[in-house]
Design a protein around this ligand. Structure first.
Ligand code: TRP
Length: 464
């Protein structure tokens, strides 16, 4: 770690040197928001909202963020700050401080493994944005119709060589920033990436307002129609709350480890969650006017932005310009998210005496190699569905299985264990010391003890 970084005497826990801290509360907020805001907000949120009927789903998602997401985020940031290590060793450290079994580090292991697996396929999807930036810049999107846009996307997915190229490029970008470490890499990158992203989004929403269908988009997103809400939609909303806030996978714990003492975890978590939710809603407000203005289908599924937005961009005045902005924005958002997934792994390697740069390159290459199986499962191996014997997994490719394993199995388990550890195992005085006493703390503890475990268990069992 760089010798010029600020070391905090109080930050030192155990034998490892004190970690470099974020330079300010704002730096942490930008980094955590950079982690939270990603493909989940701009690619996934609009398409699952479209699939699940709009307003009522959005409302349930907002409730999940407020009631389960924010308390779990506070718990994870707190564990990170008390542990001051990678998620694996922070859990070990906090368990030691609490005088309980070091086996609780299993939370850190599962979280890190989830982050690693998510990074492997996240990089492949994020890579898709790069050829679209080129298409947009070259004016390829001008005048394309739905068939041509679908063909463009299909061609991309069909080419393992091209997908591998973009996947490699994206992972290299992530490793490049990660090598620089907290102050010199992550922080500097997010300090300008996040504001740039906000400006781009505001411009896109501004464009949406000039279309005749802005009102329809507002109605779709904010007028709840509970008759269209299914039980499964509720569970999709809860699962997405974890994914979009980067929870249950070590990211927030790893970033919390760099949070200076004395910064309010509650206020900070709230700010990050509000920013993340704001970006998702803005993405919806940017995308749905275009969808409605062009008579496109809101429930088009995961291909929504790649299959339909090029059509819209192709028709609007200045479309190439807006398309370029949009895909650059998406690449930035995915980039800062991927950094947080890499961080848990890199920090853990560093704790084993491997230099930061080597750790980042090694972690990146390992995730890149696993990512190649996702690349192949989109084309050459698309018929390879290894778990067909189990009805639940029938027809699922490797990519589908990674997604299922992380979102529907590993993350719920990690969230559940985290809630149990912080709510029941950790001394109340310890969490009070970290978060501050008061009614807020009592409410938070109540939520973690009862609401979160029950909510997550329902999600988990339903998905099995
Ligand atoms: N939250 C990010 C998004 O919405 C993705 C992300 C970053 C993530 N870190 C994570 C998802 C850890 C799951 C686990 O795109």
């Amino acid at each position: 770690m760089s010798s010029t970084t600020t070391l905090s005497a109080r930050a030192s826990a155990g034998t490892a040197p004190a970690p470099a801290l974020w330079s300010s509360r704002l730096a942490f907020i930008l980094a955590a928001a950079g982690s939270a805001v990603g493909l989940g907000n701009i690619w996934k949120f609009p398409y699952i909202t479209g699939e699940n009927g709009g307003g009522a789903f959005v409302l349930v998602y907002l409730v999940c963020i407020a009631v389960i997401g924010i308390p779990i985020m506070m718990a994870e940031v707190m564990l990170g700050r008390r542990g001051r290590h990678s998620p694996i060793n922070s859990m070990r450290e906090v368990a030691r401080q609490e005088g309980v079994s070091s086996n609780w580090k299993v939370i850190g292991w599962l979280a890190t493994l989830a982050a690693f697996l998510i990074l492997s396929f996240y990089s492949v999807i994020a890579g898709w944005t790069i050829p679209y930036i080129f298409h947009a810049v070259q004016g390829d999107l001008a005048g394309v119709d739905a068939d041509q846009a679908g063909q463009m996307f299909g061609n991309l997915l069909a080419s393992p060589v091209e997908l591998t190229l973009w996947h490699t490029l994206f992972m290299a970008l992530a490793v490049l920033v990660s090598v620089g470490g907290v102050r010199h890499g992550l922080e500097r990158a997010v300090t300008w990436l996040m504001p740039a992203l906000l400006v781009l989004l505001i411009m896109l929403v501004g464009y949406g307002m000039t279309t005749t269908h802005f009102g329809a988009a507002v109605d779709f997103l904010f007028k709840p129609d509970f008759s269209s809400l299914t039980a499964e939609a509720v569970l999709v909303a809860l699962g997405h709350a974890f994914f979009t806030l980067s929870l249950a996978s070590g990211s927030m714990m790893a970033y919390g480890a760099y949070l200076p003492k004395g910064v309010s975890i509650a206020r900070t978590s709230l700010t990050v969650a509000v920013m993340d939710t704001g970006v998702a809603l803005m993405a919806g407000l940017a995308i749905f006017p275009i969808v409605f203005a062009n008579g496109l289908e809101p429930g088009a599924g995961p291909g929504l932005i790649f299959n339909t937005l090029p059509v819209a961009f192709g028709q609007m005045p200045g479309g190439s310009f807006f398309a370029t902005l949009f895909f650059v924005l998406l690449l930035f958002a995915a980039w800062t998210s991927s950094l947080s997934m890499l961080e848990s792994v890199v920090k853990w390697l560093e704790e084993h005496g491997i230099k930061r740069a080597k750790s980042a390159v090694f972690g990146g290459i390992a995730a890149w190699m696993v990512g190649l199986t996702t690349v192949l499962s989109l084309n050459v191996w698309s018929g390879f569905t290894p778990l067909d014997a189990f009805e639940r997994f029938e027809g699922k490719t490797l990519f589908d299985l990674y997604d299922f394993l992380t979102a529907n199995v590993m993350m719920p388990i990690v969230a559940l264990l985290t809630a149990v550890f912080v709510g029941w195992v950790m001394k109340k005085a310890s969490s009070q010391e970290e978060l501050g006493a008061g009614t807020g703390h009592r409410l938070w503890l109540f939520v973690l003890r009862y609401l979160t475990p029950v909510g997550v268990l329902v999600l988990f069992l339903y998905n099995l």
